[in-house]
Write a protein that binds this ligand. Structure first.
Ligand code: CO
Length: 456
């Protein structure tokens, strides 16, 4: 047994298929291997949140809350981890504190045992309510705060360390370096982990994507520097735009100080099953299923899952030849908008603005509402303050609409009771809180879903 084993969080039930197969894996495709996954000894199984909630309702005809219950029935030992976007929950708006608290409570009640919480802008104010509520849950879940990793003139390893200290002060049980676009280079990872280990006492977890090809090198340097947990995906759903491969990392560390102690042989039948599942998903949803390593992501920083969407959007508009122009425009828009890390929802917002600039052949001729909201501070503070002249004259935002305190804006959003009332008017009276929350996050999609299930 190693002195200091590295723990592994397995992502095959969430991020891995979100990154490679458009989040289309069904619960039925997971069930046959849940007991086997539970027996491996993973630190956690990331299985809920992120885009899975939306995908269940929109594409798969599955109730996300029921999926969580099913996962919980089969996963008796290993904690179920979810990814939560702070005040943004799993939707595309910011929600009231009342909705955020209710969502966290329900998720904990239904079996989420690790809350991984992040904010796209690393604005602590957007993490406060979700973290506070998760810490109060009677089931005593593990609460993890994230540093959303990005590269810009406004981000350094030192700024990330300061953020980690704040997360620890807020009561987080661990801190995750969330590198959604795979930008973290091996030696930078080593330096960042060393600095974090020196500055905070809670465990440090590293989450990356293979997009630019650094994945397992970054993990190895981070492991040498003392990282506590790494996020990996089983072979059939690993690498490309997903996480480094579980089996490879397990075997790499065998016999070292940091041996994971996991048995690679036990992973073989599980991976065999998911190889089949991947083929089914590729066929059913007409997916590509693989992505080339692309070091240029270092410049355009688009998260893996979003690249294919952008290509499709351009194709639909008959503008495939503009792909490179779009990739060139992304970093310019990102700089104009104050260097936000690109992750849902900022990635979509910057992506949409870049697409429109390229389509129109003139920059900022039309500015969508979400871009204005990001720019005027509705989602929190951007890493670099946006130039006022640009805000007012280029984006057309009136001075009195610039927001300094995003929490005050969130307070204006609807409460659970108000959403329930709205559902009543649509013919769904006395809906259970879980359904009200699904509706709060995705009103139209949830309404269609409830109709299809005969609940309305
Ligand atoms: Co990820």
């Amino acid at each position: 047994m190693a002195n200091n084993p590295v723990k592994i969080t397995e992502t095959i039930l969430r991020d891995a298929h979100q990154s490679l197969c458009a989040t289309r894996m069904r619960i039925g495709q997971m069930i046959p291997q849940l007991e086997a996954l539970d027996a491996i000894g993973f630190n956690a199984l990331e299985a809920w949140g992120g885009a899975t909630f939306d995908s269940c309702l929109r594409f798969l005809g599955e109730d996300p809350w029921e999926r969580l219950d099913t996962l919980k029935q089969h996963l008796k030992k290993t904690p179920i981890q979810m990814l939560l976007r702070g005040q943004n929950l799993l939707g595309y708006n910011h929600y009231s504190d009342d909705v955020v608290r209710a969502f966290v409570r329900q998720a904990s009640k239904h079996g989420v045992a690790v809350f991984r919480i992040f904010d796209a802008l690393n604005d602590i104010r957007n993490l406060t309510t979700a973290i506070d509520e998760a810490l109060k849950c009677p089931e005593k879940p593990h609460v993890q705060g994230c540093l959303v990793y990005t590269v810009s003139p406004y981000h350094t390893n030192e700024t990330f360390v300061e953020l980690a200290k704040k997360l620890q002060e807020m009561g987080c049980h661990s801190v995750c370096i969330k590198d959604m676009s795979g930008l973290l280079k091996p030696y930078v990872a080593e330096d960042l982990v060393k600095k974090l280990k020196a500055a905070v006492s809670v465990p440090i977890e590293l989450h990356t994507h293979y997009t630019s090809g650094f994945g397992s090198m970054a993990y190895l340097k981070a492991v040498e520097a003392g990282v506590d947990i790494i996020d990996c995906a089983l072979a059939p759903f690993s690498c490309d735009t997903s996480q480094p491969c579980t089996e490879t990392m397990v075997e790499t560390l065998v016999g070292t100080e940091r041996d994971t102690g996991l048995d690679r042989q036990k992973l073989i039948p599980i991976s065999k099953h998911f190889t089949k599942v991947k083929q089914e998903l590729i066929k059913e949803f007409d997916l590509k299923g693989y992505f080339d390593v692309n070091p240029n992501v270092l410049d355009f920083q688009i998260p893996g899952g979003m690249l294919s969407n952008l290509t499709n959007q351009l194709k639909e508009m008959g503008m495939e030849d503009k792909y490179q122009d779009l990739l060139d425009e992304m970093p310019r828009v990102r700089a104009d908008l104050g260097y936000p890390p690109l992750v849902t929802p900022s990635s979509q917002i910057v992506g949409t603005m870049a697409t429109m600039n390229v389509m129109m052949g003139q920059r900022y001729k039309m500015v969508p509402k979400e871009v204005k909201d990001l720019a005027r501070g509705k989602f929190g503070r951007t890493p670099k303050p946006i130039d006022r002249d640009f805000l007012i004259n280029t984006l057309g935002i009136p001075e009195n609409e610039i927001i300094d305190d995003c929490a005050k804006e969130d307070a204006k959003e609807m409460t659970v009771a108000q959403f329930r009332e709205e559902m009543s008017k649509k013919g769904y009276a006395n809906a259970p809180e879980e359904d009200v929350l699904s509706y709060a996050l995705f009103p139209q999609v949830a309404e269609e879903f409830f109709k299809s299930k005969g609940r309305i």
